[in-house]
Unconditional design. Sequence first.
Length: 75
Amino acid sequence: MKRYELVREIFNSCSGNQMRDVFISEVETEDVESSVKPFLVGTDIQCERIPAENGVVVFNLNTDGLLQRLTFTEL
């Protein structure tokens, strides 16, 4: 199984507040998409996968107006 560092950024929905919550954890998986599924909760869900350089995979999520970015970096 591959190990990834997962950086989860939750963007603040309050106007004028540019801060975001950031959570860092390690994930062991063969399929990063399966690690995204627990974050896809709601009725209006949008998920965009953006492959980046050096094996980094970024997911931009919008779940009922809550904007999140999940960044997986292989360890």
